[in-house]
Design a binder for this molecule. Structure first.
Ligand code: SF4
Length: 170
């Protein structure tokens, strides 16, 4: 296994870890989550991913990328006519936490830190997300950092991103 194969194996492990952690939150929020196969409101157009995640899709879906007709503009290129993901097993990180209550922080100019929350409107019914514990939300930051580190190694510092819509053309 060369260095690049090692990084892709680590990316696989990263996806598994994300799925496990997201799965715990899906269990906690099972009553409010309307997410199901065929609901693709999160599968918006113009998503871009780090090149390392693009490479996983290139390697695992060679035939698909050759023959597929990308979904029309207005939704993700990998959405099929039944609103299912054509690359589900190897979908990028950003697609694996969709629908969960999200939490993130931003630092203001005065140095104070403010927390923000968001959730898909379809999953908004139930306990107001402002009242949820931080632990029961998907906290943005840690996993993005891990993924960025994989890309840093993959690209030798080049943080190249690739639009999903352009992948079939490459
Ligand atoms: S890659 Fe799959 S899950 Fe992600 S936005 Fe596209 S169709 Fe949806």
């Amino acid at each position: 296994m060369d260095d690049r194969d090692t990084i892709l194996a680590e990316l696989d492990a990263f996806h598994v870890e994300v799925d496990q952690e997201a799965g715990k939150l899906e269990t906690i929020h099972a009553e409010r989550l309307e997410c199901k196969a065929g609901c693709a409101d999160c599968c918006v157009d113009d998503l871009s991913v780090f090149d390392v995640e693009a490479e996983l899709i290139r390697r695992r879906h060679k035939v698909l990328l050759t023959v597929m007709t990308p979904h029309a503009a207005g939704a993700c290129a990998f959405l099929d006519d039944d609103r299912h993901c054509l690359i589900y097993e190897n979908r990028p990180y950003v697609c694996r936490t969709q629908g969960l209550p999200l939490s993130w922080t931003e630092t203001r100019d005065d140095g104070s830190v403010r927390e923000f929350r968001d959730i898909c409107p379809l999953n908004d019914e139930g306990e107001p997300i402002e009242n949820l514990s931080r632990e029961s939300c998907w906290t943005i930051g840690t996993y993005e950092g891990k993924l960025a580190e994989l890309q840093r190694r993959w690209g030798s510092g080049d943080m190249k991103r690739v639009k999903l819509r352009n992948l079939p053309l490459l």
